[in-house]
Design a protein around this ligand. Structure first.
Ligand SMILES: [Fe+2]
Ligand SMILES: [Fe+2]
Length: 246
């Protein structure tokens, strides 16, 4: 991801991010044929808009953009139930094991080095929040969305869950939470300089960075599987069931 500011030119968005370009065009302040060498700041001021508001819109659009290097072809040909099982056994199980370990590591490193580098305190706070949020998120998925997906797979009527029997509600909720998690992962990358080891890093510090980087990567793949494979397939299955009159 490249750094976005009010000095960023439209040509850079065109090159770097189709999602941000689409979001910009949807606001109407730039149309095809307009001068693409203009900066976001100039465009906003011409329309009497605060650039900070526009940058927020663009960052959120960028967060939704699929990472180009994630390969989820292992899910090709799987049933909805198998996709759910793959996510539970590969990613939910991983998180439940990794998050307590990461909590210990970031806690220890913050305690030892936090007085000379306050970013380590922020990393600990961020991971505490992410851990709690992710535990709730996974439980919510397992108790509602995944159960509905399994029922849809059987082609039977969906049994009511804590979020009702329609897949759309839980999907919208989970997509919002994924977006928040992506922004928090971006924050984590910034705070760790993309997991780069400082020269003075001790073993625990190095282990912390290795585990955080692994966590980041796993989250990217995990959310990609849900957003791009599970959710659209589940929506299609619910539509097919509706058409079949169930
Ligand atoms: Fe999940
Ligand atoms: Fe999720």
């Amino acid at each position: 991801m490249f750094e976005l500011s009010s000095e960023t030119r439209v040509t850079e968005l065109q090159d770097e991010s189709p999602a941000m370009m689409e979001a910009l065009m949807s606001t109407g302040i730039f149309r095809s044929g307009d001068d693409a060498s203009a900066t976001i700041g100039d465009l906003c001021w011409n329309f009497g808009l605060n650039p900070a508001v526009m940058l927020n819109v663009l960052v959120r659009a960028q967060a939704k953009e699929a990472p180009s290097d994630v390969d989820v072809s292992e899910l090709d040909g799987m049933t909805l139930t198998q996709v759910v099982e793959n996510i539970e056994t590969s990613h939910h199980a991983y998180l439940r094991e990794a998050l307590p370990l990461i909590g210990q590591l970031v806690g220890r490193v913050a305690q030892v080095h936090g007085d000379t580098d306050e970013r380590l305190i922020k990393i600990r706070e961020l991971m505490e929040k992410l851990s709690a949020d992710l535990e709730n998120h996974m439980r919510h998925e397992e108790e509602a969305l995944f159960q509905i997906a399994r029922d849809l797979d059987g082609g039977d009527a969906v049994r009511p869950t804590r979020c009702g029997d329609k897949i759309g509600g839980p999907i919208a909720c989970m997509e919002n939470e994924h977006e928040a998690a992506r922004l928090e992962l971006g924050e984590l990358r910034k705070l760790t300089d993309n997991y780069a080891e400082p020269g003075h890093a001790c073993n625990t510090y190095r282990r912390m960075l290795t585990e955080l980087s692994r966590f980041d990567r796993d989250m990217v793949v995990h959310m990609h599987k849900e957003d791009k494979v599970l959710f659209p397939r589940a929506v299609d299955a619910q539509a097919a069931l509706r058409e079949a009159g169930q």
